[in-house]
Design a protein around this ligand. Sequence first.
Ligand code: ZN
Length: 423
Amino acid sequence: MDTKISLVQNGALQKVGSVFVEAFGRSPALLIADGNTQRVAGFAVARSLEQSGIEVRQLVFPANPQPYADEHSIAQVRLSLQMDTSIAVVLGSGTLNDITKRASSELDRPYMVVATAPSVDGYTSYGAAVSIGGFKQTLPCAAPTVVLADTQILCESPSEMIASGFGDCMAKFAAGMDWILADLLGLQAIRDDVWTMVQKPLRQVYQQHQGIAKRETRAIGQLFDALSASGFAMQIMHDSRPASGAEHLISHIWEMEHLSKDGQPVSHGFKVAVGTLASVFLYENLLNLDTWDCYGNPIERWEEREASLKAFFTDEKVADQTLAIAKSKFLEEDALLERRKAISVMLPTLKERITEQLPPYQELKHAMQLVGCPVHPREINASLEDLKRAMVGAQMIRNRYTILDLYYELGLFDQALLCIEGM
Ligand SMILES: [Zn+2]
């Protein structure tokens, strides 16, 4: 694993300097923050580094508009790093971390993250979720060498950020279910150690949802640990499969479309929260499926598929990238029939596994509501039509088997879109 030191404790902020020295020696540091995180802990982090004899420069993004993870922000950090041999210390949550992770990786330098909120699992993941030329993708790059989080700061973080992290954590129910599905179809085998790493803490956090809603230090620490664990799982696999399924693909479409509410981009965790409930809802609906539903429903021919894709992605470059992906997963007649057979054979097992893996939709929804997650698209300024659109796009953008592919290949995608109106 890239991550060598992970320190999550009360008062950890005072140890930034000593931990930095332990990991990187006496290199100078470039502290990267935005207006908000600078205000919360910028001074404490800079002081701790300086007290350890580290020379510190700072690069502070404005609080408003919030930094966006694209090639421009990445270039800004990279240029600043290139001024000397500094190691980046990023103070912030998801987006800033992704920007810094990618910029550091382009220069082949390690970096350190000081987390300010338990808001995403991307702190510790391999790869950075960024938009290049408007296309949302996960670019390969090393995870941080050091992850440090002060539970005091985590508990004081804005409630929406805690709720976001809870949403990103609950996503592992749905992502796990998609992995089970891919495993049952022989498309991507489950790795037991990685599975346990993500799924065990997920269940603890789910049980603790009331404590998280009340910002109990222990529960918030558990949430951060669960999110970190799923990042570590992605590092081990060099793949986001253990932590990301249809719910994340739905959120990627919304990220590409810059979904915003009250002038602010909707957080990753909030988009994922709605995607998670949609996915769980679709799985629950699958419990009503009979073997004979697996046959006889027509799907698009490739030419029609191509046309749908081009209609969806109006940007030519994005359409081209997506076409290649869609082509690689498109099943022609015989292959499609084979797949439908495989699905119908494993259907009883799949239903059992759905019941084991997923909490009942209403129960999950209630827990998410209590913590402050959005549970309906309208709460993130999207309509049901927007959700349906995102589902259509989500099924196109990645060659990763999910519940959306299952519905698509069975010729039941329209039925899934209709069904989602009931969520
Ligand atoms: Zn996520």
